[in-house]
Design a protein around this ligand. Structure first.
Ligand code: FAD
Ligand code: DHB
Length: 392
């Protein structure tokens, strides 16, 4: 089999790349090792930056997003039991939209299948070859158990942090990494949101986040030790801990049945460059941010926007300049998001090895951020997402 762009991974990066390439008249094949139902149900991100929303709308993916997405014009920083609003829209003229990652994934899958194009789900033994030649190949075993070879002009490694594309070129890359002494326990609950906006809480017992998916569904997160087992976290314990950390005057946490729970480790991670020969890495395959800044999926979308136009300039006009600039172009936005996510994480979590000095520094940073228009504006413009192509 032959195609122009072979895409490994049907997460937000791989699916959006396939969509953008299709709109540009470029053929691609998407290979995914999980089933459709699994990728459509995987509960992950929820916050879409303003530029992400605009891109989804411009490329015909706005219908369900506009009907079901929740536009948010601000969020709260809660510390010492008091809320300090970050008025995103007043400060920046822009907003964010709360819309589950799996909804974006469903919309992208529906658009691809609706255009009569395939996604190969449940493939196994995927490996990439000859990417330093002009005829790279991907070998895999399809869902029917038949070994296949896909020849292409370009391979896009959109297979997330645990995929096979980055390891295939690891010896050519530099790695930049930071581990954090905590993880997030995330729950999805059938309970009305307890507040109309997100609440990022700094508390002696650890960070907590109140978010949502719809007027009936709440999404909540708790800072827990790294590698925490879910075994010790009964639903009652989760609600008690959330109530303790989120407590504030006049605030009552609405509880309900917990539909899903999981523990996510926190790390910062970047590889440079995001390309080797004809293999291009995008999204979590190339970089990870701790989730506190809500940047991961947005960065994945931003990468493939750059990759789609670079690949189409190459495949339609023979231009190599944009492909050559791909890694540097993406890494500027990536490092801005890395810094922002690290900063939000450091300001809001309790380091178990921290001392009272650290605690006072964090409180000072929170008080300054919440009271200075300059600091709030900086937080807000990073949170809503810098315009694509903006200097950063
Ligand atoms: P993935 O979504 O990981 O997709 C990679 C795909 O490749 C998967 O479908 C995988 O099954 C497939 N794959 C892997 N290996 C292979 C293989 N060998 N062969 C074929 N296919 C393969 N981001 C935000 O922007 N906003 C948020 O609010 C936010 N909150 C988050 C909260 C949590 C709890 C978590 C865990 C993450 C959060 N993120 C957030 C991050 C976001 O979910 C990721 O950054 C995003 O999924 C990255 O998309 P991706 O397409 O690069 O990778
Ligand atoms: C959500 C996730 C985040 O990482 C974040 O910073 C805000 C909200 C969410 O899943 O709703």
């Amino acid at each position: 089999m032959r195609t122009q762009v072979g895409i490994v991974g049907a997460g937000p990066a791989g699916l959006m790349l396939a969509h953008l390439l299709h709109l540009a008249g470029i053929e691609s094949v998407v290979l995914e090792n999980r089933g459709r139902e699994y990728v459509e149900k995987r509960v992950r991100a929820g916050v879409l930056e303003h530029p992400t929303v605009e891109l989804l709308r411009e490329t015909g993916l706005g219908e369900r997003l506009d009907a079901q997405g929740l536009p948010h014009h601000g969020f709260a920083l809660r510390f010492d039991g008091v809320d300090h609003r970050v008025a995103l829209t007043d400060l920046t003229g822009r907003e964010i939209t709360v819309y589950g990652q799996q909804e974006v994934v469903k919309d992208l899958i529906a658009a691809r299948l609706g255009a009569g194009l395939a996604i190969e789900f449940e493939v196994t033994d995927v490996s990439v070859h000859d990417f330093t030649s002009s005829r790279p190949r991907i070998s895999y075993v399809d869902a029917a158990g038949v070994a296949q070879t896909l020849e292409c002009d370009i391979i896009a490694g959109c297979d997330g942090f645990h995929g096979i594309c980055r390891p295939a070129v690891a010896s050519e890359l530099s790695f930049y990494e930071r581990a954090y002494p905590f993880a997030w326990l995330g729950v999805l609950a059938r309970a009305a949101p307890s507040h109309e906006e997100l609440i990022y809480t700094y508390h002696d017992r650890g960070f907590a986040l109140h978010s949502m998916r719809s007027p009936e569904i709440t999404r909540l997160y708790l800072q827990v030790p790294p590698d925490e087992s879910l075994d010790g976290w009964s639903d009652d314990r989760i609600w008690d801990e959330l109530s303790a950390r989120l407590s504030a005057d006049g605030f009552t946490l609405t509880t309900g049945p917990i539909l899903e729970k999981s523990v996510t480790p926190m790390r910062s991670f970047v590889v440079e460059p995001m390309r080797h020969g004809r293999l291009f890495l995008a999204g979590d395959a190339a970089h990870i941010v701790p989730p506190t800044g809500a940047k991961g999926m947005n960065l994945a979308i931003a990468d493939v926007r750059v990759l789609a136009s670079a690949a189409s300039a190459f495949l339609r006009e023979g231009r190599t300049d944009l492909l050559d600039a791909y890694s540097d172009t993406c890494l500027r936005r990536v490092w801005r998001a890395e810094h922002f996510s690290w900063w939000m994480t450091s300001m809001l979590h309790r380091d178990p090895a921290g001392d009272p000095f650290d605690h006072r520094l964090q409180l000072s940073q929170l008080r300054y951020t919440a009271s200075s228009t300059a600091a709030l504006t900086s937080l807000a413009e990073n949170y809503v997402g810098l315009p694509f192509g903006a200097p950063s």
